[in-house]
Write a new protein. Structure first.
Length: 186
């Protein structure tokens, strides 16, 4: 293979992978230099495995709903923030409950797919979120991104409890948002 062909192939591969990179739109570079960012989670439009909240809750039963609406959802959000902050520490930024700061990220949870546990046929949990950056106290969207993250495929077979699978998906979601922000703000 000559150098011209090798260069053309390399350029084509770089273009394909570069085009698929996820970024905030428009860029979130205005966050550069911020030390803290407020984060709130919004479940007002959430679906579960593609079903409406009411429909899914009826299928699951009251004890499941109480557990999800209580400690499980809180644990998922904390895992999301822990993984996000681990990445953001690379740029000296911290995300959490900071209602007094200039910017807020609203994590609109769009779909929670809890996956399934069936030995080698297990399916990972998936989380789809749209993140919107706004000035705190405003509804004007300054930047946004939609992400769909899955539980790590290596943990799928070993995670029989649906809440635990979703916990892992939330963590990977926070980690990915952190990676994207660090890349944009470095």
């Amino acid at each position: 293979m000559n150098k011209k062909n090798l260069f053309a192939i390399t350029l084509a591969i770089a273009t394909v992978f570069g085009a698929s990179a996820q970024k905030f739109n428009p860029s979130a570079k205005f966050l550069k230099g911020e030390k803290q960012i407020n984060v709130v989670f919004d479940y007002s439009q959430v679906t579960f495995d593609g079903d409406s909240k009411d429909s899914y809750y009826k299928y699951k039963g009251q004890s499941w709903v109480e557990e999800w609406e209580g400690k499980r959802k809180e644990n998922d959000e904390n895992n999301y923030l822990d993984k996000l902050n681990k990445e953001l520490s690379k740029i000296d930024m911290n995300a959490g409950a900071y209602p007094e700061v200039q910017y807020t990220i609203i994590v609109n949870v769009v779909d929670c797919d809890f996956g399934s546990y069936a030995g080698p046929f297990s399916a990972p949990a998936k989380l789809k979120c749209t993140l919107q950056v706004v000035k705190t106290g405003s509804t004007e969207i300054l930047s946004s991104i939609t992400l769909k993250r899955s539980q790590n495929s290596y943990t799928t077979i070993g995670t029989p409890v649906d809440f635990d699978r979703m916990y892992l998906a939330f963590g990977y979601g926070g980690e990915k948002v952190g990676e994207i922000l660090v890349k944009e703000l470095k």
